[in-house]
Design a protein around this ligand. Structure first.
Ligand SMILES: Nc1ncnc2c1ncn2[C@@H]1O[C@H](COP(=O)(O)OP(=O)(O)OP(=O)(O)O)[C@@H](O)[C@H]1O
Length: 384
C-alpha cells in the first residue's frame, strides 16, 4: 500500500468537501419490456428503478452502492455520472444542471462536453468495453483525440504511456501495442482504468469493477484503485453486490456505504456504522448474508426476513418498501414511507429509513404484522 493512503484519519481530514455531483429527489422509471401479445392487451408498465434519491458526491469521496440484483445500483450510478437521464428530480455537476447543459436549456455555465469528461465509468467486463480489433494505444488515443483535440500526438502518447506505467503495465510501449485478447482480465481492467483516468475525471463510476477478477487479483486491484483515487483526487462510486468488497474499499478510504432496496437508499453512512452496526432491518439481512461480517451467522439457520421473495419494482409495496419481508414490520410500516432524513445525502452522517429509528413514532404503538414477533425489540433499540 502506498504511503499516499497512510491512514483513514488523514484521508478524512484532508478531504475537501466541495460537492461535485448532487442529486435531488431523483427518480428513474423504465418501461417494462412486454411480449408482443401482452403489449396488445396491457398498458405499458413502469419499473421504478430509482425512487426519490437525494445524495451529494463531494471531492475525494469513496462511495459504495450495495444491494441485491435489480435494486437500481447501476441505474443510480449512471444517473450520478450523467449518462442516465432522470425521469424526475435534478442532477447537478458543480452547480450546473447536467441535463440543461446537455439540452442547451437556459444559461449553461459548464458545457456538457466538460461534464462528460469529468464523470467517467469503468465497466464490469472491460473485455467487452474494449474494441477487440483495436490495439490498446488506439483505444486509449480515441477519447483524448475527441475531448483534448489540442493535445499533440507526442503528448498524447506520453500521457498514455505514463498512465500504463502507473497501473503496473510495464514496459508501457509493449502493452500499448497489444490487442485486448493479448491481455489478461486484470490487465484489461487496468486499461479501462487508464482510459477513465486519461480525462482527469472528478468522479469514476466503477460498476462491479473487481467482481470478474480472480479472488487473488481482487484485493490487489482494489488497492490500486484506492491509490489512484488518492493520487488523482478523484471520487469513486463503487457498485458492489458484496458487502466484503464495499467494506474493504470504504474502510480504507474513509468513505461511505449506501444500501439500496427497490430503488431507494435505505441506509447510508460510514462502513463501521452501516456494516458493523446496521440500523435498517434490510442492512441486517445483507450483513447476515456475509459470513465474515456477522459472527452470529454460523448459529442462525434462517435469514432475518419473513419472506425471501423480492417484490416487483413495477409495483413496490406501499409505505416502507421492505415491510413485506421485514421481521420487525408493524401496521404503521404498511402506510407510511420512512424518511431517510435531510442529512442523509451528506458525508459523515449515518441515517436509516426505518420508523424504528424514531422512538416517538406511531410504529411503536401499532400492531405487528402477521409473522412478526410481538416483542421483537423494545422501543428505541435501534437508536445509536
Ligand atoms: N434500460 C432498461 N429498460 C427497462 N428496465 C430496466 C432498464 N435498465 C434497468 N432496468 C430495470 O430497472 C431495475 C434496476 O436495474 P439496475 O440494473 O439498475 O439494478 P442493479 O441493482 O444494478 O442490478 P444488477 O446488480 O443485477 O446489475 C431492474 O428491475 C431492471 O430490470
Amino acid at each position: 500500500m502506498s504511503d499516499q493512503r497512510n491512514s483513514t484519519e488523514s484521508q478524512t481530514a484532508d478531504r475537501d468537501n466541495e460537492t461535485v455531483v448532487s442529486l435531488e429527489d431523483v427518480s428513474v422509471n423504465f418501461e417494462k419490456e412486454q411480449g408482443f401479445v401482452d403489449s396488445l392487451f396491457n398498458d405499458a408498465q413502469r419499473v421504478r428503478a430509482v425512487d426519490g434519491v437525494s445524495i451529494d458526491i463531494p471531492e475525494n469521496e469513496v462511495l459504495a452502492l450495495v444491494g441485491e440484483s435489480g435494486c437500481g445500483k447501476t441505474t443510480l450510478g449512471k444517473t450520478i455520472i450523467g449518462v442516465q437521464r432522470p425521469t424526475s428530480g435534478t442532477v447537478t455537476y458543480r452547480g450546473q444542471d447536467v441535463w440543461n447543459a446537455k439540452d442547451g436549456n437556459g444559461d449553461v455555465r459548464i458545457p456538457y462536453g466538460d461534464i462528460r469528461k469529468a464523470l467517467q465509468i469503468i465497466h464490469q467486463d472491460p473485455g467487452a468495453a474494449l474494441n477487440p480489433n483495436r490495439k490498446v494505444l488506439t483505444s486509449l488515443e480515441a477519447p483524448l483525440k475527441r475531448w483534448n483535440s489540442e493535445m499533440s500526438p507526442e503528448d498524447r502518447r506520453a500521457r498514455i504511456f505514463a498512465l500504463l506505467d502507473r497501473v503496473g503495465m510495464q514496459p508501457p510501449q509493449e502493452y500499448a501495442h497489444r490487442y485486448p485478447h493479448q491481455l489478461s482480465g486484470g490487465e484489461q481492467q487496468r486499461v479501462a482504468l487508464v482510459r477513465a483516468l486519461l480525462m482527469n475525471p472528478d468522479v469514476i463510476l466503477a460498476d462491479e469493477a473487481v467482481s470478474a477478477l480472480d479472488v487473488s487479483l481482487r484485493v490487489e486491484t482494489m488497492d490500486l484503485l484506492l491509490e489512484l483515487q488518492a493520487q488523482f483526487n478523484t471520487s469513486f462510486v463503487f457498485i458492489s453486490h458484496t458487502l466484503s468488497n464495499a467494506r474493504y474499499l470504504t474502510e480504507k478510504a474513509g468513505g461511505r456505504v449506501a444500501i439500496m432496496y427497490l430503488g431507494e437508499i435505505v441506509e447510508i453512512g460510514p462502513p463501521k456504522k452501516v456494516l458493523r452496526d446496521p440500523k435498517h432491518p434490510y442492512s441486517k439481512v445483507l450483513r447476515w448474508a456475509t459470513a465474515d461480517l456477522d459472527p452470529s451467522h454460523q448459529e442462525l439457520t434462517d435469514p432475518p426476513v419473513r419472506s425471501i421473495d423480492i417484490p416487483d419494482p413495477v409495483n413496490p409495496p406501499s409505505g416502507c418498501h421492505f415491510h413485506t419481508r421485514c421481521p420487525e414490520a408493524r401496521e404503521a410500516c404498511t402506510t407510511e414511507a420512512p424518511e431517510l432524513g435531510d442529512e442523509a445525502g451528506q458525508p459523515g452522517t449515518h441515517c436509516a429509513g426505518c420508523h424504528r429509528t424514531d422512538p416517538d413514532h406511531e410504529y411503536w404503538d401499532s400492531d405487528p404484522l402477521d409473522g412478526v414477533e410481538a416483542e421483537f425489540a423494545p422501543r428505541g433499540e435501534s437508536d445509536d
